[in-house]
Design a protein around this ligand. Structure first.
Ligand SMILES: [Mn+2]
Length: 326
């Protein structure tokens, strides 16, 4: 971490990024460091492969963010460093990552996900702490080390990050750090509860009806210990929803007392995505790896391209692997 902080101190122009379909953790962590780096007089902006969802507008409107495309690329020679949050896999930044590697731009991943054995090189500067409950937790300590004073902008971004990944302090990795950060930043935030609403209390009625439809579609197997839901393209079209709108569903299903593992199959660009959750001590990371996926021990995912052979018997294969776990 010390070497990374020295590079940051020495850099003039720094880009910040996160995985595609940015979430409250990755985006919050980026925005927090953005405001800190501005205070250190750095030239800094966010460079994404996707715009964040509208619910993050309260953070979005306060930063400079560009979306990467082949037509609009930053000047590589003027970029000293790119920091990528909440992933350690360049493939999660399609297009942008080629630009980084082709131009040999110095990079670091700042993340809390376990390494993937088959992931591309993560470089020497990266900082990964799988004990952190959120990427925001890591950025909090970076901001402390950089000796930047807390302010409202940094506080609300850090709070967003911590609230999002811990699901309002439900998943804190049995540590008090998330709460300690909250205790420090809340006094700087005008209405901390409004952040809870932005993140979790903003379901449009159309989406609520879609979620009700999906809930009805869930199949329960193995004495109701396994919940399986497959959402099709037709479902998304019928309700005018995107794959992103299914995101909260996986966690929600795990709220059923008998369910130990939940798995949602979602249409994704050029294929399907598996989103898998489990209750301790069952670990689903290894399961995701069987389909070339990754993530956390109890929350993982995989992407299966449409031309993959494994799609043909997907449900059958999943059921037989899940059966071994239960
Ligand atoms: Mn995260």
């Amino acid at each position: 971490m010390k070497e990374l902080l020295n590079k940051i101190k020495a850099a003039k122009q720094i880009l910040l990024s996160t995985h595609r379909a940015p979430d409250g953790d990755g985006f919050g962590a980026e925005v927090a460091l953005y405001h800190a780096l501005i205070k250190l007089n750095k030239k800094v902006h966010l460079l994404h492969v996707d715009e964040p969802a509208f619910k993050y507008n309260f953070l979005r409107k306060k930063v400079r963010l560009d979306v990467f495309s082949n037509e609009s690329q930053p000047e590589a020679s003027e970029t000293d460093l790119i920091l990528v949050f909440d992933t350690n896999d360049g493939r999660m930044l399609p297009g942008l990552w080629n630009w980084v590697t082709e131009n040999k731009i110095q990079f670091a991943f700042i993340d809390h996900h376990p390494f993937l054995e088959d992931a591309p090189n993560i470089g020497e500067l990266s900082f990964i702490n799988t004990d952190a409950a959120s990427t925001g937790e890591i950025v909090y300590s970076m901001i402390k080390d950089l000796e930047v004073e807390m302010d409202e902008n940094i506080a609300e971004a850090l709070y967003t990050s911590v609230c999002f990944d811990t699901q309002l302090f439900r998943y804190v990795k049995s540590s008090a750090i998330s709460h300690a950060i909250a205790a420090e930043v809340i006094p700087y935030i005008d209405e901390p509860e409004s952040i809870h609403d932005h993140l979790f209390g903003n379901i449009p009625i159309e989406k609520f009806r879609f979620l009700a439809y999906c809930t009805n579609k869930i199949e329960f197997h193995f004495n109701n210990q396994f919940a399986y839901l497959e959402i099709t393209d037709e479902d998304l079209i019928r309700f005018n929803m995107s794959s992103e709108d299914t995101r909260d569903l996986t966690d929600h299903i795990l709220g059923v007392d008998s369910v130990e593992i939940s798995l949602v199959v979602i249409p994704a660009e050029g294929g399907k995505k598996l989103s898998i959750r489990s209750k301790k001590p069952l670990r689903v990371l290894e399961l995701a790896k069987l389909w070339n996926g990754g993530g956390h021990l109890y929350a993982s995912g995989a992407y299966i391209p449409a031309d993959s052979k494994s799609l043909a018997n997907l449900k059958k294969d999943l059921l037989s692997e899940i059966k071994k776990l239960l």
